[in-house]
Design a protein around this ligand. Structure first.
Ligand code: GTP
Ligand code: MG
Length: 218
């Protein structure tokens, strides 16, 4: 079942929808945490990281974002019209918070021309395919070369993510090894996840946040 939902250009945060302006930044700010025992204010860094999630229609881009943000899953394909903006936060082990300004883009062909504005100044790109759909995997090269036309390789961290890891073996069309090889060839980090079960999803966003801090906020 396909549902067209007009929630684009909104921020899903704390289970509410907010209208937004296109005002995300990649700057950082300083949060403060009070140490009750000693009465000291210990500054904990808060960084913002712009991330774009890309891939063919129905590979599960929105579902991955929704799983991380709300820890929920829907069997319906809620077709993304243009782009959704969500803002999950990741807390790292050292107390640093990374606010991920996540642009969840539409896989449908008719929206392709608007994608470059979301690549621009992104610090990470998550290329997603469906492990049960070989075409969505074969097309990854096209997605990557499209991004390379707009962003210098050194300015962005690339992830290749095979979603729908929960599918039974007989429905799998792309092996883990094929995914790994392609990621190596394209200089990307690789993971398989399932938005349905949640397997690998928190790890994905944690890795994105950690790598972002390592590379851009050392
Ligand atoms: N089995 C399984 N199905 C999934 C998974 N993730 C998403 N789906 C299903 O795949 C379909 C498409 O999911 P979406 O998240 O809407 O896909 P999308 O990539 O955002 O699609 P577009 O917005 O059209 O580009 C839906 O029916 C989801 O329920 C998963 O991990 N496992
Ligand atoms: Mg979507």
């Amino acid at each position: 079942m396909e549902i067209y939902l007009l929630i684009n250009w909104s921020v899903i945060r704390n289970k509410k929808f907010y209208l937004m302006g296109n005002n995300c930044s990649d700057g950082s700010s300083q949060g403060q945490q009070k140490n009750g025992k000693k009465g000291l204010n210990l500054k904990k860094p808060v960084h913002e990281c712009k991330v774009v999630i890309l891939g063919e229609r129905a590979v599960g881009k929105t579902s991955v974002a929704y799983r991380y943000l709300e820890d929920k899953f829907s069997d319906s394909h809620i077709v993304t019209l243009g782009v959704n903006f969500v803002q999950p936060e990741v807390k790292l082990d050292n107390g640093t918070t990374v606010k991920i300004n996540l642009w969840d883009t539409a896989g449908e062909e008719r929206f392709r021309s608007m994608l470059p504005m979301y690549y621009k100044s992104s610090k990470a790109a998550i290329f997603t395919y469906d492990i049960g759909n070989a075409i969505s995997f074969q097309n990854i090269d096209d997605w990557v070369s499209e991004l390379n036309d707009h962003v210098a390789a050194d300015d962005i961290i690339l992830y290749l993510v095979g979603n729908k890891k929960d599918l039974p073996p007989e429905q799998r069309k792309v092996s883990t090894e094929e995914g790994q090889k392609t990621a190596e060839r394209l200089g990307m980090r690789f993971m398989e996840v399932s938005a349905k079960t949640g397997d690998g999803v928190p790890e994905l966003f944690k890795t994105v946040a950690e790598e972002f801090v390592k590379k851009f906020k050392p």
